[in-house]
Design a binder for this molecule. Sequence first.
Ligand code: GH3
Ligand code: MG
Ligand code: MG
Ligand code: MG
Length: 315
Amino acid sequence: MAIIIVDDTETSRNYLEILLRNDGLSDLVTCESYDQTRAVLDACPQSNTTVALIIMDINMPGTDGIEATRRIKVDPAYSDVPIIMVSAMTDETILEQAFEVGATDYISKPVNRVELRARVRAALRLFSETEKRKKRERELERLTAELQELSHHDGLTGVPNRRWLDATLEKEWKRALREEKPLSIMITDIDFFKNYNDSLGHLQGDSCLKGVAECIRRSIRRPADFMARYGGEEFMVVLPDTTSKGAQSVAVLIQYNLERSDIAHPASTISDRITVSTGIATATPSADSNPQDLVALADKMLYQAKNKGRNRIEM
Ligand code: GH3
Ligand code: MG
Ligand code: MG
Ligand code: MG
C-alpha cells in the first residue's frame, strides 16, 4: 500500500518523506509533477501496487494540485484514493476548490508533524474502510450471480432446470405467435432407466443422467435451441422456428450420438447402450392455442414411442 507525495519543490518532498518514514510508513513514492504522478499511477496495475493515499502540493507549475486532483478523482481506478492537499495559501477560494474537486483533507505549509501524522492516519483508515466495503460488495455480487445461476440450473446435470424451461417455453411461444413461425419441442426420456438404477445403482444412474444430458447438449447446435431437464430422466428441447422435420433431425442426432457414447446399459432388453425415446410436437401458435397443449402432444408422442418398443422418435 503506497503513499504518493507530489510536490515540485525537492526540499518539501524530502521533508514530507522523512516525517512519514519516522512515523513508520515506508512505502513512499515521490513525484515532482502531475505528469510524473500519472505515470506512476499508470504503472500500478502492472506492479500490483495499491495506492492508499496521495499527498498533493497545490502550487505547482503546469498542472497544479487542484487540476491534478480533479483528474485523478475522475479516473474510476483511483477515485477512491484519499488526497490530502498541501499549500502555503490558506485562501478560502483555494480551499473551496480543493474540496470541490474531491480532496479528502487539507494541510497548510509549513507542515506540522503532529497534524500531518493525524491527518495521514485518518485518511489511511478511510481508505482501508472503503477497500473493505468494496471487497464486501464484490463478494456479494459474486454470490448473487452464483445464486442466480443455481436457481436456473439443475444441480445434477448442470443444464437449465424446469423453472427456466417454463419461462423459455412461454417466451418462445409468444415469439412464434408474433412472428408466425413454427415452434417444435421434444421430450426425450431414457429407456428402462429404472432397470439401469436397479442393476448398477443410483450413483451410476446419476452419472448416466449427466452423460445423456451432455449428449443432448452436444446434439443441438442452433443458438436459439434450448434444452432443460424436464423431470427425473426426461429432457425437453425447445426448437424455435423449427418444423417437425427439423426437430426430427435433432432427435436422430441425439440417438446417433448416444449409440456412439460409452454409456452401456446391461439391463436393457433392446440394446447394449443406453437408448432414449422421443416425442416431438410442432405448432405454429395461434391466439386460441397454448404451449401446454404442445407439451401434452409431445408427451402423447413420447408415450407412443414407448408403446411401439422404445429407442424411437414419434411425431
Ligand atoms: P421407460 O423406458 O418406460 O421410460 O422406463 P423407465 O424405467 O425409464 O421409467 P420409469 O418412469 O419407470 O423410471 C424412471 C426412473 O428414473 C425411476 C427413478 O428412480 C429414476 N430417476 C429419476 N430421477 C433420477 C435421478 O436424479 N437419479 C437417478 N439415479 N435416477 C433417477
Ligand atoms: Mg509547490
Ligand atoms: Mg424412462
Ligand atoms: Mg420418465
